[in-house]
Design a binder for this molecule. Sequence first.
Ligand SMILES: [Zn+2]
Length: 390
Amino acid sequence: MTSPAEKLVIRNIGQLLTGKIEAPIADGDCVIAEGGRITAWGYAADMDTDGATTEIDANGVTLAPGLIDSHVHPVVGDYTPRQQQLHWIDSTLHGGVTTLISAGEVHMPGRPKDIVGLKAMAIAAQRWYENFRPSGVKVMAGAPVIEHGMVEEDFRQLAESGVKLLGEVGLGTVKDGRTAKQMVDWARKYGMQSTIHTGGPSIPGSGLIDADMVMETGTDVIGHINGGHSALPDDQIICLCESCKAAFEIVHNGNERAAILTVNTARELDKLDQVILGTDGPAGSGVQPLGILRMIAMLSSLGNVPAEIAFCFGNGNTARQRELDTGLLEPGMAADFVLMDQAQHAPGATMLESVQLGNLPGVGMTVIDGVIRSERSRNTPPATRLPFVI
Ligand SMILES: [Zn+2]
């Protein structure tokens, strides 16, 4: 957190990405934030850069709103029991991700499935990540998985207690569309967002959720539309893209061919603004610190999407679909940024061109709420140029 008096000036920016799919690149070489919020951007020569408490020389690199992972399964702090791993969130920060959104704390050993227990855990998870941000990363958690027997009063209580998300529908005992729709409607009535496990079972004990169930349930997000891991048949994915106004969430932990199918279908339908990205990590396939950058490069290169648009899948689209105060270059938005440059020796004339050729950029710095949280990434390939603090 920053005090209102703190002023951050980032100057000498080579390129400004906005997160806005309708205008993904902005003119300017400078961004200013005060009290952790964006106040202005443009050309430094025209701006009031006096009185900075922190000043960064971007050294000609690209600045983008911090990346958002729309689908993670955190448990507690910066530890995941799923692969017995410490510091996976810190590693993810080094992949340019500044916000994580829980799709359910389902890897908690002994996770309670009785109603009072699951409510208690959701409320506790919301609190422990609100009170403790690993390496400064914002973790929106407390995402209960619905179980048979829940009634409207449970959703009212959860919402009043600060729970704003539902975990993936389908990971609990509710596997029929009618019951799921009733509970999702109750959640929505009290301001909670919902998502659903789309596709075949993820691990022993989970089940198939097909397109009919996704449509009947009507969640706000079509969780891993490309499967996690197993994707639905192509005709069902196309049907979801055609029929739904919900976000099309593509995950790293899913089927890559189905991811490309989703993007191609969304483009044909003029629905690329509905495409958002997640990792679904920690998962059976591990933790994916560079997962969002890898999805951006994969979708840009194989899905024939300009890189500046593919970046919007990983920040601004998610921010809009999920009504966040981050992920967009806008006055009043949180000053959450990733500064990156073309990776050393990556082909292409510019950073964006190198990404469109399927390469990862090198992350040089991350900023959350106007505070520098990491400098040269230990995980991405090394950036050609690095920003530095003046
Ligand atoms: Zn899932």
